[in-house]
Design a protein around this ligand. Structure first.
Ligand code: NDP
Length: 480
């Protein structure tokens, strides 16, 4: 086989990859690959509309969150707007009055949110975990970082603690829904404080990377790639332990609220408890797959990631829960077949999301020689490919073309999006606001997919073109 044909050949990983792979068969980065990696670690072009775009987002996100919450909570879940030019000022006054009177931070809500952060940090430092080696980091001269994956033990500890606090009446879970507006403001304050704090700390004491030189843009995108306290990776900790834990607690809070009000929990609320529970459990039981995701190896820890983790995810993805906790169940009652369809769609989408993520992450671990089976619950069939086919790139990396990855280049995005859609469908047509998550998320995913493919096209050149010819579709075969 000539060098050229060897380079383009798709290969099979041997079956013994299911266990630890011998180091001499692992990926090796070529000189050319290292050059491209260096280029990708420099700022070249502005994304997200540059300084103006990111400033608009930093001011727009909080305003949008307040607006949607006000519509949901105080206007029966309907979109409200000024009815004439002269109504603009009174309308804005009404909105501001809600923020001031119903969403001001209090010592109580500040204490609650802080307690969650401190508790989750404490668990991250103390709970037993599984050690996973991350991908080689080009900016650290291809050194790999170790991740102590103890999110699952921490999640179980959180569940037990919350159960204890709720049943002993020390902290009733309904308090989360009852103090929603104020907690949301505290979360936003944390989002801003951590983003700016970590930016200045990195500039003063760290190693800023991929900097543009524009202050607003660099705060938004972040300055550091791998912020750590001891062995705790703050970016990975914040991606799982705050947003998805809190979102699950909000769903349970909604269930408790319904139980206290009506004496039962609706199938719709139970659906959201299941959906958010599956999501946090997936992140925790497969935490060792997270170092292989784009957020970990490429995205810096800036406002975009921090604000969304501390405030955006928990306080906007929960709109259907808030609606159901504050509205009569007759507004969103379905027929039995409709419930079967809804639950069936969620479970199917979840299955594809979970297994496509694990197929790719475990493939990358196999190629790196760091894969070891981890028996967390549940392990789904087809989660690990035994003889994956791949394209060997000139860069050194290998691109998977088996499993779900034979059908589309982002099967995980498509499945994740369908899950988000069901989180809105659960209220039917009662309110448009719970559909915010799926609308926002499709925009994020399409944009992120474009950014990722642009980067991969630079990184892999002709090999990427070959890959796109083999795997033609982006999200769903025959559709997009
Ligand atoms: P991917 O899992 O698609 O990772 C992209 C990277 O994987 C690429 O940059 C490339 O990296 C590598 N890659 C791409 N294709 C292949 C292949 N065929 N074989 C091997 N490696 C490949 O994206 P994300 O990390 O962005 O997604 C993680 C999950 O998180 C998604 O399911 C997404 O939906 C979810 N998510 C959810 C959010 C939410 O708010 N609910 C927000 C953001 C993400 P390299 O250059 O190293 O080859």
């Amino acid at each position: 086989m000539t060098a050229a044909t060897k380079k383009m050949a798709s290969g099979h990983a041997s079956p013994e990859l299911r266990n630890r792979k011998p180091a001499n068969d692992t990926i090796a980065f070529t000189e050319k690959g290292r050059e491209v990696d260096k280029r990708l670690d420099k700022h070249e072009t502005y994304e997200f509309g540059g300084p103006i775009g990111v400033t608009a987002m930093m001011t727009g996100f909080p305003m949008l969150m307040y607006y949607l919450w006000i519509c949901l909570w105080f206007y029966d879940g309907q979109i409200v707007h000024p009815t004439s030019i002269s109504d603009i000022q009174p309308f804005l006054n009404r909105m501001w009055a809600h923020v001031r009177d119903d969403a001001s931070p209090t010592a109580y809500t500040f204490g609650l949110y802080t307690a969650l952060i401190v508790f989750q940090l404490f668990l991250a430092f103390t709970m037993p975990g599984y050690e996973q080696e991350g991908l080689p980091v080009p900016s650290l001269n291809y050194k790999t970082l170790k991740y102590n994956c103890n999110a699952l033990a921490s999640f179980y500890a959180t569940l037990l603690t919350m159960y204890g606090l709720h049943t002993t009446h020390i902290f009733r879970l309904t308090e989360i829904i009852d103090n929603f507006g104020s907690l949301m403001t505290v979360a936003m304050i944390y989002g801003f404080a951590v983003s700016f704090g970590i930016y200045f700390l990195t500039i003063l004491f760290g190693e800023p990377m991929r900097m543009s030189g524009n202050f607003a843009y660099d705060v938004f995108m972040g300055a550091c790639l791998n912020p750590r306290i001891g062995n705790v990776d703050l970016k990975m900790w914040a991606e799982v332990r705050i947003p998805w834990v809190l979102l699950f607690l909000i769903a349970v809070s909604g269930g408790c609220k319904q139980y206290e009000t009506y004496g039962y929990v609706t199938p719709n609320m139970a659906f959201m408890i299941l959906a958010t529970g599956l999501y946090i459990n997936a992140c925790a039981k497969g935490e060792e797959c997270i170092p292989q995701t784009w957020d970990m190896f490429h995205e810096k820890w800036g406002f975009m990631v921090i604000f969304w983790n501390f405030a955006g995810v928990p306080f906007t993805y929960c709109y259907s829960i808030i609606y159901m906790a504050s509205h009569d169940p007759s507004k969103y009652r379905f027929s039995t077949p409709a419930y079967f369809a809804l639950y069936g769609t969620l479970l199917t989408a979840y299955y594809i999301f979970d297994t496509s993520m694990s197929q790719k992450s475990r493939f990358r671990q196999q190629m790196q020689g760091t894969y070891q089976a981890r028996w967390t619950f549940p392990q789904l069939p087809w989660g690990t490919l035994s003889e994956p086919k791949y394209i060997q790139t000139e860069h050194g990396n290998r691109l998977l073309i088996s499993g779900w990855w034979a059908f589309a280049r982002k099967p995980n995005y498509a499945a994740d999006w369908v899950q988000s859609l069901t989180w809105g469908l659960v209220v039917g047509t009662a309110s448009p606001i719970p559909y915010f998550y799926s609308l926002f998320f499709i925009t994020v995913l399409v944009h992120r997919c474009g950014r990722d493919f642009e980067r991969c096209a630079i990184k892999y050149g002709k090999d990427w073109e070959a890959y796109c010819r083999i795997v033609k579709w982006r999200f769903i075969p025959g559709v997009y």
